[in-house]
Design a protein around this ligand. Structure first.
Ligand SMILES: [Zn+2]
Length: 156
């Protein structure tokens, strides 16, 4: 709910340039998201009230963090009959939020390398506002965590 006017029409502010897919367009039309511009400040708020236009942050819990990542990866394509899942048991808790891992459901269940997926970079989800950040696979995870803790950007 909006902390100023109490409205429950809340939009998530998306920073940067999202790919203009049908899904993004639909969400813009439904006003579940709005665009915040290209420049992302570390402390930029994540939520905006549709009724009074105020912008705000609110803290999220681990369950929300898992759901956020699930929502992102559920549309990513895998061969027929397989899908991406969050490996909840692998989640790392940090002072600033969580590191969440995902993989192919079939690989998780069978450990069979033929189902393994490449490039599944872990996500950070920040507890102060629920923002998610995609890391990379070029370096070990510790590198991204260290960069993030030093600069506010895992790629910084
Ligand atoms: Zn409001």
């Amino acid at each position: 709910m909006c902390p100023s006017c109490g409205s429950d029409r809340i939009m998530e502010i998306i920073y940067g340039l999202p790919p203009m897919t049908q899904k993004i367009q639909d969400e813009l039309n439904k006003k579940t998201i709005t665009l915040g511009g290209c420049i992302v400040h570390e402390n930029a708020p994540v939520w905006m009230c549709e009724a009074c236009n105020c912008k705000f942050d609110h803290a999220v819990d681990k369950e929300y963090a898992v759901k956020t990542v699930q929502n992102i990866i559920k549309d990513w394509e895998l061969p027929e009959g397989d899908k991406y899942i969050v490996i909840e048991s692998a989640t790392i808790e940090k002072e600033w939020g969580w590191v969440l891992f995902h993989t192919s459901k079939k690989y998780f269940e069978t450990n069979d390398l033929k189902y393994a997926v490449a490039g599944n970079a872990p996500f950070f989800v920040l507890c102060k506002n629920g923002r998610f950040i995609v890391t990379g696979t070029a370096y070990p995870l510790e590198h991204y965590i260290q960069r993030f803790e030093e600069t506010g950007d895992p790629h910084g």
